[in-house]
Design a protein around this ligand. Structure first.
Ligand code: ATP
Ligand code: MG
Length: 242
């Protein structure tokens, strides 16, 4: 496979937090245009993997690339290729939601006029346009979730990484997000998502990766993985006894 066909490539990645080995020699690839669901129980290493791929965390061993570019030595290039919708809310408290989208776009070289237009389009798409001049504190939790998505998309990245994008969302919002992610994937964006909802992985994704205790347990196409009876225990752990 050419580098340009590998949206994300992780090779022999090991990451320690102090003495805790959070990622233990993991290797896998996400192809361009894939919809990849990364599953695993609490504490398995999903967010840590995302933090490494987006350059937010350092690591001790291995190589991480986005479309062939190293996320460490070619950081500015890879960061531009990736939009991150983080697990936690981490917004600037002093900016209105419209301003914070425009600022975010500015980090990636989008000019203010274009950024303001894109921000309005995304706020409309996620039904936040009437709130464009409030600060994020004035939003409900579901609205903040939508704002995280707007921010991830503001610079029109090739790869969208979503860490539990629908956690705590009501059904209507979940469907809105699912429909939009499907549309983005159909338009060619590569999507990497973590979730605890098996239904979400089943509906949306093409490929599933499973991580447990910092090690990759399985990677494969959705049908194969979902039919694998030996993984039932892992699925129960991921999704709880729903
Ligand atoms: N900043 C940190 N400092 C120290 N340990 C950390 C830090 N972040 C995560 N860990 C530890 O690393 C391990 C992996 O955590 P991580 O957040 O990647 O799990 P996760 O799979 O995203 O879990 P969840 O489903 O709960 O979000 C856990 O044991 C966690 O306690
Ligand atoms: Mg996490």
């Amino acid at each position: 496979m050419r580098d340009s066909e590998r949206a994300i490539s992780i090779q022999n990645l090991t990451k320690y937090y102090g003495k805790l080995r959070a990622l233990n020699d993991i290797s896998f690839e996400v192809k361009r245009g894939d919809f990849f669901a990364f599953l695993g129980p609490n504490g398995a290493g999903k967010t840590t993997t995302i933090n490494v791929v987006t350059g937010l965390s350092n690591f001790q061993h291995g190589q991480v690339r986005a479309f062939g570019y190293s996320t460490t030595t070619e950081y500015t290039r890879t960061r531009r290729l990736i939009g991150l919708c983080a697990q936690e809310f981490n917004f600037d408290p002093f900016l209105t939601i419209h301003q914070l989208l425009v600022y975010q776009a500015g980090y990636f070289g989008v000019l203010p006029q274009e950024a303001a237009h894109r921000a309005d389009e995304l706020l409309k798409r996620f039904q936040l346009i009437e709130r464009r001049n409030v600060k994020h504190r004035a939003l409900s939790s579901g609205m903040k979730k939508r704002l995280l998505l707007c921010r991830a998309l503001i610079h029109d990245p090739e790869i969208l990484i979503l860490d539990e994008p629908t956690a705590g969302c009501d059904l209507e919002l979940k469907f809105l997000i699912w429909d939009y992610l499907t549309q983005l994937n159909n338009e060619g964006k590569t999507i990497f998502l973590t979730t605890h909802y098996m239904e979400e992985a089943e509906r949306l994704c093409k490929t599933i990766g499973i991580i447990n205790h910092g090690r990759i347990v399985r990677i494969g196409n959705k049908q194969e993985i979902l039919q694998d009876k030996s993984l039932e225990a892992v699925f129960l752990e991921v999704t709880g006894l729903e």
